[in-house]
Design a protein around this ligand. Sequence first.
Ligand code: PEP
Ligand code: MG
Length: 592
Amino acid sequence: MRSEGGATRRGERQLHGLGVAPGIAIGAAFITEDGEVPVPEHRLDAGDIARERQRFEDAVQVSLKQLKKLKAKAAALPDAAAKEMGSLLEAHQAMLTNSRLVRGVDRRIHDERVNAERAVQVEIALIGDSFAAMDDAYLAQRVDDVRAVGARLLRNLTQTPFTAFQHLPEGTVILAEELSPADTALMDPRRVAGFAAMLGGSASQTAIMARSLRLPAVLGVPGLLADAQPGDTVVIDGFAGVVVLNPTAASLARYQKRREAYLREQRQLHRLKRVAAITRDGEEITLQANLELPRELGQAIDAGAQGLGLVRTEFLYMNREDLPDEDEQFAAYRTLVRGMDGKPVTIRTLDIGGDKLATPLSETRGNEGANPALGRRAIRLSLKERKLLDTQLAAMLRAAVEGPVRILLPMVSTVGEVRRVREAMTQTARRLKRRGEAIPDPLPPLGIMIEIPGAALSADALASESDFFAIGTNDLIQYTLAIDRGDEQVAHLYNPLHPAVLRLIQFSIEAALRARIPVSVCGEMAGDPRYTALLLGLGIRDLSMASANIGRVKRRIRDLDLQAAQRRARAIMDQMDDGRIASLLDDFNALA
Ligand code: PEP
Ligand code: MG
């Protein structure tokens, strides 16, 4: 796409998107389209042919869906660029719709009994050669498009992340069409300075991963790949959501200054590590860390986290073909529990589905329904695939011998789900005992995420079956306002201060307080100092966030008078208009 997109302008270009992870990155561009996809090759048994043809058809459909999304994105570009990009993407769509390519691959799978990847590779090479042989400048240019479509099909067939980022030079800035959380998990912050992509919203799992890895990032940038060339100097401004290609010397100097100022502020915040998160009127607040990847453990400890308030276990299932067994999971959880040295560790069962797909569970992919965010995701999948759940519970129970572990369930909507998991936990404990394993007595607390509006509205009932609540504002906002958290086109409507969201949060907190069970907030709202006074004013005393945010939130807490925050929260909860709510909150924050 890049070569067709008219990237002849080599002067400074500013592109706008969503700033999803703070910081300034400056470095040389690496464009992930360049990634070669390794192609497995094998012959099929006669009985496997139908399944292989279906697998190819699925990859075609996924590819068409991706192109459709990109086309919608391209429409936001200035006129000429939108037209150019739109017709290019249409050409790619046409190549995937009853085309010579699709028919040829399908026939080859059937006649030659080769796997779909091999068939795609051969067919792309043949079409490319025949175009090149026609001695026609227009067709010769189309060869690149055929190859791009082939690479897309191969990526979708092999479910390869866009590329592995292991061998990049230090300070690289990654530019991509789309990056999944699994792609992002492969980025090593010692090599990757930051990244930008054409697709993705600010509450997406990819954005959360960027904040965890402390990589400045901008998502939802129309036209990104049309304008950039590999090796270009790129600035990622994760605050303002700006990507600057080939900055002038003056721009570069300005961004370098901003980067230094940010790093200076980070160092100052780090000095707060040893002081308590205590309000001016003496209320102590617990600040814990969310953890996406085990390698963040050191950062959490270094930030002074008082525990791990949310360990997302999806990392165990990413970028691999097989499922992690009990021992592997146990080893991973034990490392975290030991590392936290007696501080609580809240481990969440698998939350796969929606934008959080994992390769080894790909059989569930085709079955996720037309609307994956509402489909068999998270606890629904765990309760359906009992082995998944039992293996996780066994590993968690064993790790709980080493320190205080709490078990957290994602996407709970009914009390029946909690009861079934509690029953599974009891059975697993019995099985482990029979095997001679040590397990904790009593069993660890079993809590739930409040992230579905229906769960918030029935928080009283859920509180009677749960040992604690963790409010997941990311999904709660998505489901309350019907805003896809990963879709940059509706990102401006994703509003934590919508009165409906605040009422559901308040309702959940009050239900927990009445039932005398602990309640925390672990969605992204918890890590944004803008919302701290409001959450505290509503009764929250425990916040869990990306460890990079602990310092900023602690500084806000230490500046804050809790009683005043409570009064302001009451005033805010009387409002119906989200604009008015925002100004009441921002005015209060400005007083600090
Ligand atoms: C949430 O939904 O707020 C949450 C913390 O869970 P996740 O972001 O993993 O969906
Ligand atoms: Mg969630």
